[in-house]
Write a protein that binds this ligand. Sequence first.
Ligand code: NAD
Ligand code: DAU
Length: 350
Amino acid sequence: MQKIIITGGAGFIGSHVVRRFVRNYPQYSIINLDKLTYAGNLANLKDIEHEPNYRFVKGDIVDAPFIDQLFATEKPDAVIHLAAESHVDRSITDPIEFVSTNVVGTATLLNAARNYWKGNYDKTRFYHVSTDEVYGSLGETGLFTESTAYDPHSPYSASKASSDHFVRAYHDTYGLDTVISNCSNNYGSFHFPEKLIPLAINNIKQNKPVPVYGKGENIRDWLWVEDHARAIDLIFHQAKAGTTYNIGGHNEWKNIDLIRLLCQILDQKLGRTEGESAKLITFVTDRAGHDLRYAIDATKLKNELGWIPSITFEQGLDKTVDWYLDNQQWLNDVTSGNYQQYYQQQYAKR
Ligand code: NAD
Ligand code: DAU
C-alpha cells in the first residue's frame, strides 16, 4: 500500500491529479494537503471526497513543525508537490508571498522528506511539479528542452526556478529520490478565472470587457489539464531518480487569436450573432516583464514514456467552454468576495 501526500490538491491542476490518483489507484492512500488560499477550493473535489482512499488535511507547507509532524504521523511513501502561488500578475503585486510559499514551502517539504525518509531514499519519491516559465522567453523560433538554461523574468518564475534548484540540490547533496516536470500553460475545468482562458470565458459570458495585455501578440503553448495529470502519473511511476521531463501540447497560440476563437465559440454556444462577443475585446496596458513566447519540446516524454496529448485543442476548448457554461454556481462561488476586490485592483490600473 502506498501513501502519497499531494500538496495543492484543492487547486486547479492539483484537483485533477488527486482525482486521477484516487480513482485509478484504489490501493493507494491519497492525502490532499492544502492551505486553502483564495485558489484552493474543496468544491473542486466534491465527486471524490467520500472515497475511502482519500483524505483532506488543511495546512501550510511553510509551517516546518506542522510538516515534520505530518510526515511522522502519516508516514508517507511519496510526495507529489503542486502547492504554490501560481499567478504571474499577483507575483508582480506581492513577490514576497511567492518567495515564502514557492521557495521556503518547497524547501520545508524537502527537508521534512530528507529527515523522515533517511535510509529509505530508494523506496520513496519527491515529485516536484514545475513550469516552463523557468526557462524564460523564446523569440520567434526554438523550443524549450530539458537542457535549456534557466532564465526566469517574473517573481513567480524566479520563485519556481529557485524551488527547482532546491529539489535538484536535495537529490545531488543528500541522495533524495526527486523528479521534476516543467509544463506549459494548462486549461480545463476548475481553472480559477484570474487566468486568461477562464477569465475570458467568464467575461464574454457576462458581456464584460475582455482585457488583452499589450497587443495580444504573446504566445503560449496550451495543454488540456487532464493530459498534464496523465503525464504526472506516468512520470511519477516510471521516471528515474533525479530526472526532469518537459510536458507540453505542441499547441502555440497568440493570445489575441485564442481570444478571438473563444469569442467565436461563445457566439455559437450562446446564440449570439457572429462577431458580437469580439466587440468585448479591450486592449489594456501590458504586463510588466511580459515573456513573449513559451513553447515546449516534449520529445523526451514521448520517446521514453510514450506520452502524447490525448485530445486536440479544438476538443479540449469545446469541453472547457461547456464546463464553464454548465457550472455557473462554481463560477459564482469563486468570483464572489475577494475576487471582486482583486479584479478591481488588477484591472482598474490598466
Ligand atoms: P492553483 O493556484 O490553482 O492552486 C494552488 C494550490 O496550492 C491551491 O489549492 C492553494 O490553496 C494551494 N496552496 C497555496 N499556498 C499554499 C501553502 N502555503 N500551503 C499549502 N497549500 C498552498 O495552481 P495551479 O495552476 O493548479 O498550479 C499547480 C502547480 O502547477 C503549481 O506549482 C504551478 O507552478 C504549476 N504549474 C501550473 C501551470 C498552469 O498552467 N496553471 C502550468 C505548469 C505548472
Ligand atoms: O506556462 C505555464 C504557466 O502558465 C504557469 O506556470 C502559471 O502558473 C500559469 O498562471 C500560466 O502563466 P501565464 O502568465 O502564461 O498565464 P495567464 O493565464 O496569466 O496569461 C496567459 C497569457 O495571457 C499571458 O501572455 C498574459 C495574457 N493575459 C492574461 C490575463 C489574465 C491577457 O492578455 N489578459 C488577461 O486578463
